[in-house]
Design a protein around this ligand. Structure first.
Ligand code: HEC
Ligand code: HEC
Length: 504
């Protein structure tokens, strides 16, 4: 028996050293060579504190809980899922091995007790159920951290840190695909019952014991939280279609004309190519809408950002970020008040073939054309040419307008420009009938993002749609009539033939 156990951990150790130690450290202390780049940092296994459990808060997880985290990973963090990379055997072996880092697991007299969660009661999607859920969202203090609209921008948000003192964001409840413990109503309910140990996210089981609310009411709250995210995670589509509008261009971010326009989601990731690299970006993606008139274009970029930077309330958070993340040149920067920024990038001219300039802000020989907006001067944007990540030259008479609103953890910025440009050598003329490459870069100043520290997208496309000519609308009908007519003809001819034959 003892022999089997030692064999098990040595097999687990091999898997661990190869696949986990780079982040979690040789001795499980969360201090592997990659650890100093990421927020949240890799878990220190020596404390045996686990977020994703089916047990009460403060308790050890079950093996099934640990296996779930290893299989699925922790979405929204650097922790990958291993289900498709390691065999069943390897995952069980490594599970056994990480438990050896803490003596807490050695005490086999105390087996973790799985909580009785019950099942989701019926009737959870109606307006009344959501109203009940929202009521408890307010009354039991979720908004303190998660904010009025759930974007993680509550009054306490800038002060949050995990048990080790690392900075931690209150989850953005509109992005359930990034929830550490899974996206479903049941997953959310379980997290509300267990809390996320080691983080400020508490367990609300006590409130049920104290009869402050019932289990059904806590399910209603979980359903309300679930309703804040889309039914399915957003799908990335490559081409932004900008329809032609005949009325005036909607220049205000909240112009009701935007409601009728399709929205496109583009994920952003940390800029990890160019020094100084940045693995901890705060902006996870942008929602984009575009329209054009006969002579101008408007592009609305919306993104979630917990802070309207610069905001001195977030300086403490920034201090923790800078203390946690190591920069490539190991200089230690002082917290400062940086603005938020959004960059929309195009090539200088519409490419004829497939070739495009370097997506990461062009290069000295191949510049890119950009619109840059910062929260320091909200209602203005600068057009210019970037020649690599460190060189930007603004263009005189750039002609780009911008209007911005910040609303409960979300920026909405409308960029406008004339389609034609006087300076066709450096300022892209917009034309319909050609897909125009476009890319996005976002910087959250309160998270210390400036210079090379930013969230980046790759190239996507923008297409200025022409109204569909009337004959295209008729042609399917015509086509139908024609096929029908031809079909009739065939049937008729066949009948003719048979009757002819019969006559013979
Ligand atoms: C690229 C870095 C990285 C690698 C490689 C990695 N992890 Fe993690 N892991 C993390 C991070 C980051 C967290 C903490 C996430 C958080 O706190 O929200 C984490 C957390 C965990 C947790 C805690 C789950 C919980 O409920 O709190 C477990 C268990 C875990 N990792 C196991 C493993 C195993 C086993 C391997 C190797 C097969 C591995 N990790 C490899 C980054 C990594
Ligand atoms: C004291 C601050 C605080 C309060 C109060 C709070 N949360 Fe959280 N919550 C957090 C933090 C911080 C996280 C992120 C933890 C992480 O990233 O590992 C979080 C994460 C979450 C998550 C994501 C879970 C996952 O699987 O990653 C949900 C859902 C959530 N909270 C809902 C709620 C609801 C609903 C309430 C009120 C009943 C609430 N929270 C109260 C701080 C708080």
């Amino acid at each position: 028996m003892a022999l089997v156990a030692t064999q098990d951990t040595s097999a687990g150790k091999q898997v661990y050293t190869k696949w986990c130690a780079g982040c979690h450290g040789d001795n499980g202390a969360g201090d592997g060579p990659a650890a100093r780049h990421m927020i949240p940092p890799p878990r220190d296994f020596t404390g045996a504190v686990y977020q994703i459990r089916s047990t009460a808060n403060g308790q050890l997880p079950t093996d099934a809980d640990l296996l779930r985290s290893i299989d699925e990973g922790l979405p929204g963090t650097a922790m990958p899922g291993w289900k498709n990379r390691l065999s069943d055997r390897q995952r069980r072996d490594v599970l056994a091995y990480i438990k050896t880092f803490s003596t807490f697991f050695a005490d086999t007299t105390q087996r973790p007790q799985v909580l009785e969660f019950g099942k989701e009661p019926g009737g959870g999607t109606g307006a009344e159920a959501l109203r009940v859920g929202r009521q408890f969202y307010d009354s039991i203090g979720c908004r303190k951290c998660h904010g009025d609209q759930g974007r993680g921008d509550g009054p306490s948000a800038p002060t949050l840190k995990d048990d080790a003192g690392h900075p931690i964001f209150a989850a953005n409840l509109h992005e359930n695909w990034r929830f550490n413990g899974g996206p479903t109503t049941t997953d959310i309910y379980h997290r509300l019952r267990t809390g996320l140990d080691g983080t400020p996210m508490p367990s609300f089981s006590d409130l049920i014991d104290q009869k402050f609310l019932t289990e059904t009411e806590l399910w209603r709250l979980a359903e309300y939280v679930r309703s804040l995210s889309p039914g399915e995670p957003p799908v990335v589509r490559d081409v932004i279609h900008a329809p032609l509008v005949t009325r005036v261009l909607p220049r205000a971010p909240d112009d009701s004309a935007w409601n009728a326009v399709d929205t496109y989601w583009f994920p952003l990731v940390g800029q990890v190519i160019h020094k100084n690299r940045w693995f901890a970006p705060a902006v996870t993606g942008v929602w984009v809408k575009a329209v054009h008139t006969r002579d101008s274009i408007a592009l609305r970029v919306t993104w979630d950002d917990r802070s309207a930077s610069p905001d001195s309330a977030w300086l403490g958070h920034l201090g923790r970020v800078l203390a946690t993340v190591q920069s490539d040149d190991s200089t230690r920067e002082q917290p400062a008040l940086w603005p938020d920024q959004m960059v929309v990038e195009f090539p200088v001219t519409i490419p004829t073939g497939m070739e495009r300039p370097y997506f990461l802000m062009g290069s000295s020989s191949g510049p890119v054309y950009q619109w840059r907006w910062t929260s320091a001067s909200r209602s203005a944007a600068v057009a210019g040419l970037a020649r690599g990540i460190e060189r930007f030259d603004s263009l005189p008479r750039g002609g780009v307008g911008a209007r911005a609103v910040y609303d409960h953890g979300q920026w909405r910025v409308v960029f406008t420009r004339a389609l034609a440009s006087l300076d066709t050598a450096s300022q892209l003329p917009f034309r319909s009938g050609r897909a125009i490459p476009v890319a996005f870069f976002a910087l959250d100043g309160s998270n210390g993002e400036h210079g090379t520290r930013m969230a980046v997208s790759t190239w996507y496309f923008l297409a200025l749609d022409e109204p569909v000519p009337a004959r295209v609308f008729i042609s399917p009908v015509l086509a139908m009539l024609l096929t029908l007519g031809l079909g009739m003809l065939v049937v008729w001819r066949a009948q003719q033939k048979t009757s002819y034959r019969r006559q013979q």
